[in-house]
Design a protein around this ligand. Sequence first.
Ligand code: HEM
Length: 158
Amino acid sequence: MLKPFWIWLDHFCENLEATPLSQAIQTIVWVIPTVQIIHIVGIAAVMGSAFMLNARVAGLVDRDEDAGSVARRFLPVIWWTLPVLLATGAVMIIGEPGRALKNPVFHAKVALILVAMAHLWFCQRRLLAGTANAAAVVLPSIVLWLGIVFCGRWIAYF
Ligand code: HEM
């Protein structure tokens, strides 16, 4: 059942790698370093915002500011940066498809991103109202975002 999928994925990666777009990404020397820089700045924005949001929910920072207003400041940064990470990640994948698409660590990263987004979406209303429960928000959020960063870096070594 799974074997035909892996064979299909092999062909898909080979075909994608042979497209003019992939060839351009592979041969124009500034493309990969540029998208990597944008991806890493995006990671800093998401992680910095998630950290500040969680630290406020845990009551560690900005205690004189309403928790809802802290959420209003940092939630848009996370939501608007995710498409940037998706776009830059897609360029890296098109440039070298097999490296990510055939890598189980990348599959784990995508699964964690989907769970982190669902968790954030689920908690969002209470975060904005300033009534979020620290136990339900902080630990899952930190574990998920750190797991995503860990998988992102680990792709290169697996
Ligand atoms: C939204 C969709 C995303 C896609 C499609 C994507 C895809 C990728 C790809 C293809 C790489 C290159 C891996 C390699 O070849 O070594 C990468 C690197 C990385 N990604 Fe993402 N990514 C996404 C989102 C994120 C998010 C949300 C985070 C964390 C907040 C993240 C963290 C990382 C890290 C830490 C690296 C390693 C950077 C480096 O050391 O050069 N990514 N990503």
